[in-house]
Design a binder for this molecule. Structure first.
Ligand SMILES: Cc1cc2nc3c(=O)[nH]c(=O)nc-3n(C[C@H](O)[C@H](O)[C@H](O)COP(=O)(O)OP(=O)(O)OC[C@H]3O[C@@H](n4cnc5c(N)ncnc54)[C@H](O)[C@@H]3O)c2cc1C
Length: 426
């Protein structure tokens, strides 16, 4: 996107084209203006339009330009935080509400894909969280115990079953989450955007919001060549926020994450790895992930940015790691590589902000935003349509709080990933 093959890589090459959009070049009026066309913004627009609201979406670049077009495509359930710990972080009411909402969030993604006929390589066979060493296996056993106590369909696999499902003896255990799945992420967000347009939302791209101000009882947001006057503003800019809501970016630390895709594997090789087509990731501190796309390319990812010295270091690590995990691959040819920035909050929990009267936002998904973004977009729509009061929201109402030493921590993540990948074999 924007002539950068490392921004969206494979996903841009294989996603169906986005529906036509244009730049906003006139003043328009709406009930709600949504800023940002990722999962959060497009889901909000779809559900608002279906609820009868007049909606305008303003996207600074293209549909899916942010995390939504670059990610791994693991449609996860729940959060990083252990289920039993969440009520301690958010209080019992919001903690239980958020666990319930995000535990079931993949279902909404699958239902929307079916309802709108979105062609996005959906696989609903679950995900495998793979345990490295005894401590990894212990963590997964505890996670399984806590989810099972809540009735969630998750299974703890021993080393032998993990080897059979992954196609590698590298792991001591795995958590198979039957609620989860994988998608082609850019195809999914383009499909959501098309569904929103079909429901009546107007989407403008290459239209960054540069300012907003009161106009009587309404809001007016400005783009370089146009403006929208509306009763509500949904700020869905998350980790890719540019002006005029810097607070959302300031409370997030950017964690870079890259993906590298092999050429399509022969059918024999492809059958020997992840034969059930689950998406997988591991319990390492500098975690890595792997999954197939529909054409049989293996996509491997980990923490790091493909720029400067990082490009060669991470590429070499990806080759070594795949060869160690799956020696049957032999010589590996890569076909695409890309990276993006994950938005991390201080406590790994997302945020709901009321930035001003009728200016609302969800952000900070900590690398798990496909299902949460989709669900939070619907939550925003329900709130604005008067179907969900502020007391019924899944998160407390807050204002952004900047994270301290943000720049330093972002440099630490980028350089630390290079150091880890210089020596790591797995
Ligand atoms: C490399 C990577 C791997 C990931 N892997 C996974 C995964 O496997 N599973 C998972 O669930 N999540 C994953 N995530 C996280 C997930 O991609 C994000 O949480 C999710 O895409 C966030 O969606 P969003 O709509 O809130 O924000 P985004 O998709 O980031 O969209 C924000 C949009 O706002 C636009 N914007 C910003 N400022 C303005 C402005 N002033 N005016 C107009 N538009 C503006 C941006 O251009 C952008 O398009 C990953 C993220 C990355 C980067």
């Amino acid at each position: 996107m924007l002539n950068d093959p490392r921004s969206h890589g494979l996903w841009e090459r294989t996603a169906p084209p986005a529906a036509p959009t244009r730049r906003l070049s006139e003043p328009v009026s709406a009930d709600v203006v949504v800023v940002g066309a990722g999962y959060t913004g497009c889901s909000a627009a779809l559900h608002l339009a279906e609820g009868g609201a007049r909606v305008v979406v303003l996207e600074g670049a293209e549909i899916g330009f942010g995390g939504s077009g670059r990610n791994v495509g693991l449609v996860n359930a729940g959060l990083w935080t252990m289920p039993d710990d969440l009520p301690g972080v958010l209080g019992p009411v919001h903690g239980e509400r958020l666990l319930d909402l995000l535990g079931n969030a993949p279902r909404l993604v699958f239902d929307l894909v079916a309802a709108h006929g979105i062609d996005c390589e959906l696989e609903t066979a679950g995900t495998l969280h793979c345990g490295v060493g005894e401590s990894g296996a212990r963590e997964l056993a505890e996670r399984a115990r806590q989810w099972q106590a809540r009735g969630a369909p998750v299974e703890l696999l021993d080393a032998a079953r993990t080897q059979a499902m992954v196609g590698s003896p590298a792991y001591d255990a795995a958590l198979l989450d039957h609620r989860a799945g994988t998608i082609q992420p850019l195809a999914y967000v383009r499909g959501l955007a098309r569904a929103a347009q079909d429901a009546g939302a107007a989407i403008f791209t290459a239209s960054p919001v540069t300012a907003f101000r009161r106009e009587g009882a309404r809001w007016r947001v400005e783009t370089p060549e146009g403006s929208v006057t509306a009763d509500w503003i949904v700020v869905a800019t998350n980790a890719y926020t540019s002006a005029p809501w810097p607070g959302i970016r300031e409370e997030i630390v950017h964690l870079p994450y890259f993906n590298i895709a092999t050429q399509p594997l022969s059918s024999n090789l492809a059958r020997s790895i992840l034969p059930g087509r689950q998406g997988a990731w591991d319990t390492k501190e500098v975690l890595s992930s792997f999954r197939f796309d529909r054409a049989g390319r293996l996509v491997v990812g980990s923490v790091g940015a493909l720029r400067g010295s990082g490009t060669a270091i991470h590429r070499r690590w990806a080759r070594r790691s795949l060869q160690r995990l799956f020696p049957q691959l032999g010589a590996i040819e890569f076909e695409a590589e890309w990276y993006g920035q994950i938005g991390m909050t201080a406590d790994s929990v997302p945020r709901f902000h009321r930035l001003d009267a009728n200016v609302v936002s969800f952000s900070g998904y900590n690398g798990r935003g496909i299902a949460p973004g989709t669900v939070f977009g619907r939550t925003l729509a329900q709130h604005i349509l008067g179907q969900l009061s502020e007391d019924e929201l899944p998160l407390p109402v807050t204002l952004p709080v900047p994270q301290r030493l943000r720049g330093l921590r972002e440099t630490y993540y980028e350089v630390g990933a290079q150091i880890a990948h210089l020596s790591s074999r797995l």
